[in-house]
Design a protein around this ligand. Structure first.
Ligand SMILES: *Cc1c(COP(=O)(O)O)cnc(C)c1O
Length: 354
């Protein structure tokens, strides 16, 4: 039976990418060797790394604008720490939109004063705070563009005069905006780009080198730029698969093309959530995420029946995050409109049979 993979992360990747990746595991570039048993400094792998960095900048429209793309270790969670290590001198502003930004705030506090510019904690992170309080003397503002767990997403990014840092782990490459508004973007690969094990960091070089403290080598963006993400052995397989996924996206027409499909998928599921009395959306309507749709059953008694129907329909990974419960349909780039259609049919079937 065909599976429809709504997993929140690690999550669905394009089938043709998985096909190519599995070929490279056995015979990379017709070398008779596996991608994962050759030197990361070999000509063939250096080309992969360069291509991955180039694709990231070109998809974001940031080529030739003073940015560098890095593929690092440690997930988005290590970036919570690295951002502050490299950029926080005295004071930084953070918007608290849930678990992930809360973790970023916690790490930053070890390096200086953290001003909470806005928070939606008062309503269980169901919305994106709009009127931010950003002191003019902060080193940067940190936001989380898409809140994977609650299903909220910035529809409009704040206009600020301080450097803007963004955790885009769960919506990178999913929709267009002027990415040059950001000074640093980071994203763990495993939500919209590749397998777990590497993290994309896109940083404007001119914001670096302004803190006084000594920065350990592995945590130093400048050093990783100098060494072209090869200070130590990079995560060769995750970088390769990320490169293939970015190439897939570019061939499809880039972010603008995938955004159209992503918006169709989101419209389809949210109209079902809003029209079907058996479901209640979690996030406030105006801040709803195009990547993660969160919802609950209006009557918990239906849970067993609904779960059985999901299973029969081949729907995978629809459970909400353990901290929120309910359901979460993660609709990353590689998930087809058809899969969302299958889910929506099951939801309306439930209403018909209830
Ligand atoms: C998943 C996620 C993270 C954590 O990523 P790791 O790579 O596991 O550290 C951070 N931020 C957001 C928005 C996420 O969705």
């Amino acid at each position: 039976m065909k599976k429809h993979n709504f997993s929140a992360g690690p999550c669905i990747l394009p089938h043709e990418v998985l096909q190519k990746a599995s070929e490279a595991i056995l015979n990379f570039n017709d070398s008779g060797l596996s991608l994962i048993e050759i030197s990361h400094r070999s000509k063939d792998f250096v080309a992969v790394m360069e291509q991955a960095q180039g694709l990231a900048l070109s998809l974001l429209g940031l080529e030739g604008k003073g940015y560098k793309a890095l593929f690092l270790h440690g997930g988005a969670s290590l970036e919570f720490l690295m951002v502050a290590y490299n950029l926080l001198n005295k004071k930084a502003a953070y918007v608290n939109t849930g678990t992930w930004s809360d973790k970023a705030i916690k790490e930053a506090k070890a390096f200086g004063e953290v001003v909470i510019a806005g928070s939606s904690k008062d309503d269980a992170f169901k919305y994106i705070p709009k009127n931010l309080n950003i002191p003019s003397d902060v080193d940067y503002l940190h936001i989380t563009s898409n809140n994977t767990i609650y299903g909220t997403q910035y529809q409009q990014f704040p206009e600020v005069s301080v450097p803007l840092v963004c955790d885009m782990s769960s919506d990178i490459f999913s929709r267009n905006t002027d990415f040059s508004k950001f000074d640093l973007i980071y994203a763990g690969a495993q939500k919209n780009m590749g397998p777990a094990g590497t993290t994309l960091v896109v940083v404007k070089e001119s914001i670096l080198g302004k803190v006084e403290r000594h920065i350990p080598s592995m945590l130093n963006y400048q050093l990783h730029i100098e060494k072209e993400s090869m200070f130590n052995t990079p995560a060769v397989f995750p970088v390769y698969v990320s490169m293939l996924t970015m190439q897939w996206l570019k061939d499809l027409g880039g972010i603008a093309a995938i955004e159209k499909i992503n918006r169709k998928k989101a419209r389809l599921i949210y109209s079902e959530i809003d029209l079907n009395p058996l479901f209640i959306g979690y996030a406030n309507k105006e801040d709803r995420s195009y990547m993660n749709a969160t919802f609950n059953l209006s009557d918990p008694v239906l849970e067993t029946r609904f779960n059985d129907m999901l299973k029969e329909g081949g729907i995978n990974g629809l459970n909400g995050h353990r901290s929120v419960g309910g359901y979460r349909a993660s609709m990353y780039n590689a998930l087809s409109l058809e899969s969302v259609g299958v889910l929506v049919d099951i939801m309306s079937d439930l209403e018909r049979k209830a």
